[in-house]
Design a protein around this ligand. Structure first.
Ligand SMILES: NC(=O)c1ccc[n+]([C@@H]2O[C@H](COP(=O)([O-])OP(=O)(O)OC[C@H]3O[C@@H](n4cnc5c(N)ncnc54)[C@H](O)[C@@H]3O)[C@@H](O)[C@H]2O)c1
Length: 336
């Protein structure tokens, strides 16, 4: 049986992030068994050690094995990473939990940044409910997979209730170019990663309209961080978490990245595409859109005002135009 000194690692979802993390772990310490929904991806990883669909241009370690049988991911592993969008976590993993195949000591690390729109639960809440007997850790922060997969310097947050669990996870992740920092604020670390997707859509929308002024970006991102902090604190997070990697760091990386799915959603909307055609083009609608609607509902219940997020939803739904929204946003901001 593997000990914490010699962990064996499982991963659910060999998509963009999952493949990059799995490969990082294999080059760092140990073998990884990864589940993937797409059988063609599984075949390619096992046969050719590449994943051209989700992580093109990277040669993967032979120590990464892929499977379409999710039970194998939990068989004898001491750490399991979850790297699928929030709404797929429950249907993918619940059968394994119900079958009693998860060892109580296995650390479950959630990396999804989203809300399951069917249950209203965040990805980490879903994880904690699915695995009530396991230590659960939230990984978040500025971690664009295509970058750290190519050795670009990256620092992420690991949040959990015990330092020992966080140490177990950091040991399989930390390399010269990929580092982890610890936090006890699981709520704040998750909400930072989740809420910034909303504002990344917005920046994509404005950039797509050609409103690329640095002055505007600076005021926009400042107000976005203020709104994230306000709703986050009302939901139980610590304010200082948002001023660090999981808040400001991730907001900057995602909003300014040409590779962000959420930002790209905004760009497509600015070109006049509707949500149905965007879903068809992108395969899966980026999580920020669902998060935006849910965050506004929660804000209303908690009596928190999010004028920027509300304005973005109006623009997305065609109730306001982007230019008009920007100038009323600046006017109201100055008049406050
Ligand atoms: N890509 C990044 O740089 C990055 C960074 C940080 C966090 N994240 C978060 O990681 C999560 C995954 O993002 P990604 O960019 O890797 O996505 P992706 O689109 O590259 O991969 C999606 C994954 O979901 C799987 N999937 C698709 N349909 C499914 C279904 N019906 N049932 C189960 N699984 C299904 C895919 O096979 C794939 O493994 C998201 O929550 C995202 O916010 C991504």
């Amino acid at each position: 049986m593997p000990s914490s000194d010699n962990p064996s690692v499982g991963l659910v979802g060999l998509g963009n992030l999952g493949t990059a993390i799995a490969n990082l772990v294999t080059t760092n310490c140990c073998e990884v068994i990864g589940w993937e929904f797409d059988a063609a991806v599984v075949e390619e990883i096992n046969g050719q050690h590449t994943n051209t669909r989700f992580l093109p241009g990277i040669v993967l370690s032979p120590s990464l094995r892929a499977t379409t049988d999710v039970r194998q991911v939990f068989d004898g592993t001491s750490i399991v990473f979850l790297a699928i969008p929030a709404r797929f976590i429950r249907p993918t993993v619940q059968p394994v939990v119900k079958a009693g195949l998860v060892r109580p000591n296995t650390v479950i690390v959630n990396m999804a940044k989203g809300i399951d729109v069917d249950t209203g639960l965040t990805a980490f809440q879903t994880t904690e409910r699915l695995f009530p007997d396991n230590p659960c850790v939230m990984l978040s922060g500025p971690s664009i997979a295509n970058e750290f997969a190519r050795g670009m310097p990256t620092v992420v947050m690991l949040a959990g209730s015990s330092n020992a669990d966080l140490m177990r996870v950091s040991r399989v992740l930390d390399t010269r170019h990929f580092r982890t920092r610890f936090s006890r604020d699981t709520v704040g670390v998750e909400l930072g990663g989740l809420l910034k997707n909303i504002y990344a859509i917005g920046l994509g929308l404005f950039d797509g309209k050609g409103i690329t002024s640095l002055n505007f970006r600076a005021v926009y991102l400042t107000i976005a961080l203020e709104e994230m902090t306000r709703i986050g604190v009302a939901m139980g997070a610590q304010a200082e978490t948002f001023a660090y990697l999981a808040g400001m760091g991730d907001l900057l990386a995602t909003s300014l990245s040409g590779q962000s799915h959420n930002r790209h959603l905004g760009e497509l909307l600015s070109q006049g595409s509707d949500l149905a055609s965007i879903q068809q083009e992108m395969g899966v609608l980026p999580e920020g859109y669902g998060t935006l609607r849910i965050a506004l509902n929660i804000a209303e219940k908690l009596h928190v005002s999010l004028p920027l997020a509300k304005g973005l939803l109006d623009v997305i739904n065609g109730r306001a135009d982007a230019e008009g929204f920007i100038f009323s946003f600046i006017r109201d901001f100055v008049e406050d």
